[in-house]
Design a protein around this ligand. Structure first.
Ligand code: BGC
Length: 534
């Protein structure tokens, strides 16, 4: 394994729902051993780091983001030895593993909460936020709008209200308690000692509450997170913290601190704008948000993504843009959820191979480290009959045998139905077909890995005189790569300024060519061109 401390800047991440990936023991649930069996597949795809969604014991009312024991693995997924074995095998293949660290809240079935609600004198009472009134912190918004009508829930046992930013089965921890602060350090240490390479820190804006504020991004939150980083830096250098803060770039910027808080942060607002650019056939919105994105410290990195396990969130757009996105991408009522769209990548793009490839071309070439959501590399579909976000969390489609090669038992959920079901779309057939989406994505990842400009370089928009083309230069040291994406459904001509003409290698086809002032791109075509003199 390369010991470069900045490994995350070049890395391609792959997000896995263990439950939905591969079942090794026939109980119908994916598990850690199943994932281990599929490491060769991930290695072939070429990813650098797996992001494991929560594998902790949990009543699974929020798919494991409701933790009932922080220092264990849910029996459904295996045990701690299985995890150690998975980490060992992954490391042997040069693949790192980060996992979700859910700091903000626990499950209401966690022993801390049970003790807290049952006894006012318990040392755990103070682990959560109790109140006689539900009128405090009125300026904090509700996040799960479709299911919750307040951030306070009355608890009979406790005789008080408790505070929660997500489901009422997920009470928020009280970070004003030094004991809570220490507990999370202990949890982090536990997993880092086991060999985990870092954490995707879940829902970090909400750790502290203060009257008269939105209870998001508070200075106390940053101070705590800096301490967490310092501890990791001292005792586990090279391990990373990735920030999940669904906020505007200027509000995420402080989570990087002076390079002393998070190494990485998701860039949420760029995601809907990539989809907007494709539908509008123009890159204006993308340019606007990148222009509004402040620089970050040298050793830090954005993470960009197209889809994940949640709804395609539209929190970071204006109300008008949200309405427009819903009209364009969620025409049926069952497709909306909270402030978003509960669909997978391929169906969002009409399962049009050209659009799917083009959007991935942007994912792999825009500034930041890309995060792929499992199954999107083969263009998996969704199942809108399943409630909440479960429709985008269906089992991985390995082959066309019964139950998709996912399980020998009774699967925990339904599969995707229709044209994109596992009989029509699966890993096995795509591996055999050199022209499949899988091989297209594998190629992009392979090219990206060989060119540090994508992970580390600066980006400069190139004026092509045609608004339908998203053209930009990525540059690092002497390496210069011109990326051209035709966002429109028709052929487009463009003019290249003199400074961008010259002899290039088309990195995706390996052809050499001389690019002059005018170029033409087929509908939804994309080019990654590396200058020879680089
Ligand atoms: C995760 C969600 C989860 C929520 C509460 C998020 O930001 O991505 O899946 O429901 O945190 O833990």
């Amino acid at each position: 394994m390369i010991q470069d401390k900045l490994w995350y800047k070049d890395a391609v991440f792959y997000q896995v729902s263990v439950r939905a990936f591969k079942d090794s023991n026939g109980d119908g649930f994916g598990d850690l051993r199943g994932l281990q069996q599929k490491l060769d597949y991930l290695s072939l795809l070429g990813i650098d780091c797996i992001w494991l969604m929560p594998i902790y014991p949990s009543p699974l009312r929020d798919d494991g983001y409701d933790i009932s024991d922080y220092c264990n693995v849910a029996a459904l997924y295996g045990n701690l030895d299985d995890l150690k074995s998975l980490v060992g095998s992954a490391h042997a293949l040069g693949i790192r593993i980060i996992m979700d660290l859910v700091l903000n809240h626990t499950s209401d079935e966690h022993a801390w909460f049970k003790a807290s609600r049952s006894d006012r004198n318990s040392p755990y009472r103070d682990y959560y936020i109790w109140s006689d009134t539900d009128q405090k912190y009125r300026d904090a918004r509700i996040i799960f709008l479709d299911t919750e009508d307040s951030n306070w829930t009355w608890d009979e046992k406790a005789g008080q209200y408790f505070w929660h930013r997500f489901y009422s089965s997920q009470p928020d921890l009280n970070f004003d308690s030094p004991a809570v602060q220490d507990e999370i350090f202990k949890v982090a240490r536990f997993w880092l000692e086991l060999g985990i390479d870092g954490f995707r820190a879940d829902a970090v804006p909400y750790l502290f509450e203060r009257e008269g504020t939105s209870c998001e991004n508070l200075p106390e939150t940053h101070a705590y997170l800096k301490r967490l980083r310092l501890f990791m830096e001292k005792e586990f250098p090279g391990r990373i913290l990735l920030c999940e803060a669904n906020q505007w770039p200027e509000d995420v910027r402080p989570y990087f601190g002076n390079g002393d808080e998070f190494q990485m942060g998701f860039h949420f607002p760029i995601m809907p704008r990539i989809f907007m650019s494709l539908k509008k056939g123009r890159a204006d919105d993308l340019r606007e948000i990148l222009g509004r994105t402040p620089p970050i410290p040298e050793d830090c990195q954005w993470c960009i993504f197209l889809r994940n396990h949640d709804e395609l969130t539209l929190e970071m757009v204006s109300p008008e843009e949200r309405k427009w996105m819903w009209e364009q991408y969620a025409p049926e009522p069952g497709m909306k959820l909270n402030l978003g769209i509960r669909r997978r990548l391929a169906p969002l793009l009409d399962n049009d191979r050209r659009k799917i490839e083009l959007i991935n071309s942007m994912l792999f070439t825009l500034p930041g480290s890309p995060v792929l959501y499992y199954g999107d590399e083969i263009g998996m579909g969704d199942n809108l009959d399943l409630p909440d976000r479960n429709g985008v969390r269906t089992p991985m489609q390995w082959d066309d045998t019964p139950n998709a090669g996912f399980t020998a038992g009774k699967p925990f959920t339904e599969f995707v139905k229709g044209d994109l079901d596992y009989r029509h779309l699966n890993v096995k057939s795509q591996l055999l077909d050199q022209n499949s989406l899988f091989h297209g994505i594998k190629k992009m990842i392979g090219v990206r890995r060989q060119h540090p400009a994508f992970g580390r370089g600066e980006m400069q928009w190139v004026d092509t005189g045609n608004p339908a083309i998203a053209g930009y230069l990525r540059r690092y040291n002497r390496e210069r790569i011109l990326v051209l994406n035709n966002l429109s459904e028709s052929q487009q001509n463009l003019t290249l300024p003199a400074e961008h003409q010259g002899s290039v290698v088309d990195l995706l086809s390996d052809d050499s060519q001389l690019i002059k002032s005018s170029l033409s791109l087929q509908p939804y075509a994309y080019l990654w061109l590396k200058y020879d003199n680089g």
